[in-house]
Design a protein around this ligand. Structure first.
Ligand code: GDP
Length: 326
């Protein structure tokens, strides 16, 4: 029989800031076992919800300098008295170019910093599952006293959308590319960004980075709705030398202060919670649907009919709902 999970002991350990207990609690929220899921929810209900933390999403293509940036930023922040958590959302099973997010070896100084806690992405799974575990881990980290939570993603699939929905400020890392810095920025991602940092603004690339920052400032003006309370900021920096890093963090702080002053921060977090509930409903409905033997048996023929034009998508959907008894 499975060992009983001592939720009160986990609550006490997490609130007391025990790294070992925190790691165990995270493993619990990452688990898919029904008894673990239940204990995890109990644990989360027992923990206080804190609002003083900073939740920052960081995205960028492999090689742009995410880990160098997080290492540099994280050590600056712990040096200034913050406690920093680094989490990752990486649902891809084939991790490209050796870019394992949240890999401790990529952040050597932060990995041994006692005021930092690095947690790699839960092992590959559906984006919904990975995002759920990460959201719940944020709550654990904050309860354990981490006041800055950095959530890293490479933006595979829709992962940057999922991360943007769990943070206060979304930071896009990019770099100057020969000629056109807008090339290579995934469509739609600029709309999510509150702050853009053009990294590798050092040595021979410094001028290019400044030009790219100007170009991006113009592009962002076009995608920012009129009357928005925040105009996204674009800054050039070098994660390697540290130049411009203070300014990037100041922009993150400024964005957060703007949200806080207008009351938008509390609203945003509350909206995120509600959105999250509906995301979970959708995910669970889809899981049930795919687990239903009748639906599974009917899907190939239904898809075939829709593909061939013999059935409208709406009627096909209706048949699936009927099979589920909905
Ligand atoms: P990630 O895949 O986005 O995490 O990128 P990494 O942090 O691993 O960086 C990829 C490469 O770019 C490494 O060789 C870094 O040393 C280099 N790099 C990162 N930041 C900078 C920077 O500010 N300037 C320069 N010149 N190189 C950088």
């Amino acid at each position: 029989m499975a060992r009983e999970i001592d939720v009160p002991a986990l609550v006490k350990g997490v609130l007391g800031g025990s790294r070992a207990v925190l790691a165990r609690a995270i493993t619990l929220v990452e688990s898919h076992r029904p008894d673990h899921r239940q204990a995890a929810q109990q644990l989360l209900m027992e923990l206080p919800v804190t609002s003083g933390s900073r939740r920052v999403g960081i995205t960028g293509v492999p090689g742009v300098g995410k880990s160098t940036f997080i290492e540099r930023l994280g050590t600056r922040l712990t040096g200034a008295g913050h406690r920093v958590a680094v989490l990752a959302v990486d649902p891809s099973s084939t991790r490209t170019k050796g870019s394992i997010l949240g890999d401790k070896t990529r952040m050597a100084a932060l990995a041994v910093d006692e005021n930092a806690f690095i947690r790699p992405s839960p092992s590959a799974g559906t984006l919904g599952g990975v995002a759920r575990a990460t959201r719940e881990t944020i709550v654990l980290m904050e309860a354990a006293g981490y006041d800055v939570v950095l959530v890293e993603t490479v933006g595979v699939g829709q992962s940057e959308v999922a991360v943007a929905a769990m943070v206060d400020t979304f930071l896009l890392l990019t770099m100057a590319r020969t000629g056109d810095s807008l090339q290579g920025i995934k469509k739609g991602i600029l709309e999510l960004a509150d702050v853009v940092a053009v990294n590798k603004a050092d040595g021979p690339h410094e001028k290019e980075a400044a030009a790219a920052a100007r170009e991006l400032t113009g592009a962002l003006r076009l995608v920012t709705p009129a009357g928005a309370s925040w105009q996204p900021k674009v800054l050039a920096c070098s994660a390697q030398s540290g130049t411009g890093m203070a300014e990037v963090w100041a922009a993150v702080e400024e964005h957060r202060a703007t949200l806080e002053e207008s009351g938008a921060l509390a609203r945003r977090r509350a909206d995120q919670q509600v959105q999250w509930m509906w995301t979970m409903v959708r995910d669970q409905l889809m899981d049930r649907l795919h687990a239903d033997p009748q639906v599974r048996a009917a899907i190939p023929a239904l898809e075939g009919d829709v593909r061939a034009g013999g059935l409208t998508p709406t009627l096909g959907a209706q048949e699936i709902m009927n099979l589920l008894g909905l």
